[in-house]
Design a protein around this ligand. Structure first.
Ligand code: SF4
Ligand code: SF4
Length: 95
């Protein structure tokens, strides 16, 4: 069982199914869906409840569409947010 409990939120309509996040996940939490989004891509889904909130997936996603959360006590707070994807990518990772 992971020591830190994490979670991710993926904007599945913007996912291109490149699987970079899946390859970068040390917990093997991610897989491609069987379904496709409105653009015809299989999108990424979390298949295991063992995410640690390490932020690897968000950092490698070329679309910048993964938001990572870590749970502390009863609070769930975002730790990685990627913005300005169409211009210069801005990555904010909370330590
Ligand atoms: S935050 Fe880390 S453990 Fe969680 S899904 Fe992303 S790469 Fe995997
Ligand atoms: S890295 Fe981003 S675009 Fe690629 S499969 Fe993962 S969420 Fe989708």
């Amino acid at each position: 069982m992971a020591k830190v409990k994490g979670d991710i939120l993926v904007d599945i309509e913007k996912c291109k199914g490149c699987e970079l996040c899946r390859a970068a996940c040390p917990q093997k939490s991610l897989e491609l869906s069987r379904k496709i989004n409105s653009k015809g891509y299989h999108y990424i889904v979390r298949i295991e409840d063992n995410c640690t909130g390490c932020t690897n997936c968000a950092l490698v996603c070329p679309e910048g569409i993964i938001k990572v959360y870590r749970m502390t006590l009863n609070k769930k707070e975002p730790v990685a947010t990627i913005t300005n994807v169409t211009n210069d990518i801005t990555v904010t990772v909370k330590s």
